[in-house]
Design a protein around this ligand. Structure first.
Ligand code: TYD
Length: 409
């Protein structure tokens, strides 16, 4: 596979009719944080644009970057975000209570990252992680979570069945959107699941992207922006069915699917289908309005930052999530605008944000070099962060929340 290819068919239903909705220009990879030495080189940039499938309502990136480049060495750690750890622990409890009956049951996690979810389950059943990133898989193994370092596929599924037997539960959180060939993964899931088994997958919900969330969730890792409608079409292709669905308050609003080999859709499935229709998610016009809203955020944020800098205010970034890089690069903010970005991930410290080249510092910097304004790039944790930073706020630091509309708190 070359470094990048243009997708010609819908990833969920294979329709050839894809409508361009929004282009965010050419951007570097959102998780490609740079070392000081790497600043000397020009960064590779790739088109970042989304297209809509009017047939099944799937929203998807127009271009696909080779996953070996994106995921072989990964800086993202689940355990760096306290609210995410809490979310995964609650999810582990739910899995254990609802789907695990004996210690022999097997739970397989696709994209198991540093093992945060599976380590909370490993005392109640057998667990196995699958993740291609060697550096994070090592962390999981160190916590006692056996991990296969591979991209999950039908072939890998067969190998797991041979060695470990079928899985009662397969979990995949924030990873299915990373995968180009969904048929291969869904066929693998079908192969690996036991007869009554359940595939639980959580992804960012398209309804949130165009509603209360932010366009900055769009970056090269996120190939798909799922609706219930699209996933029903996708599951049907591998002869499976969405039996339950839930909107969960993480990363803005995520959608959690329960997919099985047989069963009937729950009342919640029927209700969300109706809701998606009432939100206009089947109509192309809805996404045109969304694209206009995104352009407005760019103008407003840029105007605000320029105005504050003229007033000699010091501005920093708060959180260095991948999505922050989409936002900074689309709006055109650089080290001339933000003095630094604070982040809780040690792996990111003293690295530079791709494109904008703003330095990432440890959170203690916020008290040492106290800014006037903090641009909240981790807006999905706004509630927790605003509560955590009470002291800074009393000292006068104001937070700029960039999406869905620019506001200061
Ligand atoms: P996350 O929102 O999980 O997203 P993405 O998928 O866009 O990378 O990333 C959260 C980032 O924010 C991570 O780098 C840790 C950082 N963070 C902070 O710096 N402070 C905090 O209080 C929280 C909750 C997160």
């Amino acid at each position: 596979m070359s470094t990048i290819h243009k997708r010609k068919t819908c990833r969920a239903c294979l329709s050839k009719k894809l409508l361009p909705i929004l282009s965010l220009g050419k951007q570097p990879l959102a998780n490609a944080f740079l070392t000081k030495a790497q600043l000397k080189k020009r960064e590779a940039t790739f088109p970042l644009a989304i297209e809509f499938c009017p047939k099944c309502t799937m929203m998807q990136l127009s271009h696909v970057v080779d996953p070996a480049i994106l995921f072989a060495n990964y800086h993202y750690l689940t355990s760096a975000s306290a609210p995410l750890i809490a979310h995964f622990h609650a999810f582990a409890e739910k899995i254990s209570a609802s789907y695990i009956s004996t210690k022999e049951d097997l739970v397989v996690e696709i994209g198991s990252n540093d093992g945060t979810l599976l380590s909370a389950l490993k005392d109640s059943c057998r667990v196995l992680g699958v993740d291609p990133a060697k550096n994070v898989a090592k962390r999981a193994q160190a916590m006692g979570v056996p991990t296969v370092t591979a991209f999950f596929s039908e072939k890998v599924a067969r190998q797991i069945v041979k060695k470990e037997g079928n899985a009662q539960v397969i979990v995949a959180n924030n990873v299915i959107a990373h995968i180009d060939d969904l048929d291969d993964v869904f066929m693998g899931v079908r192969e690996l699941l036991s007869g009554s088994g359940v595939f639980l997958f959580e992804a960012h919900w398209l309804g949130n992207l165009i509603g209360k969330g932010g366009f900055d969730q769009i970056y090269h890792e996120h190939l798909s922006y799922f609706s219930l409608h699209a996933v029903q079409a996708l599951a049907a292709r591998s002869d499976m069915i969405v039996t339950d669905v839930e909107i969960v308050p993480i990363h803005g609003e995520s959608i959690r699917f329960a997919i099985q080999k047989s069963g009937v859709p729950s009342k919640r499935v029927l209700a969300l289908r109706k809701k998606e229709i009432s939100l206009g998610m089947k109509r192309t016009a809805t996404y045109r309005v969304f694209a206009q809203k995104v352009a407005r955020v760019r103008t407003e944020l840029r105007t605000l930052i320029d105005k504050l800098l003229k007033q000699k205010k010091m501005i920093v970034g708060y959180g260095a999530p991948a999505k922050g890089n989409t936002l900074l690069n689309y709006v055109g903010l650089t080290a001339q605008h933000l003095a630094y970005i604070s982040d809780t991930t040690p792996l990111k410290w003293n690295h530079y944000a791709p494109g904008s080249r703003i330095i990432i510092r440890e959170p203690a910097m916020l008290s040492i070099e106290q800014p006037d304004y903090a641009l909240l790039l981790s807006w999905n944790y706004a509630k927790e962060i605003l509560a955590k930073e009470k002291e800074l706020r009393t000292k006068g630091v104001k937070f700029i929340i960039p999406v869905p509309e620019v506001r200061i708190v």
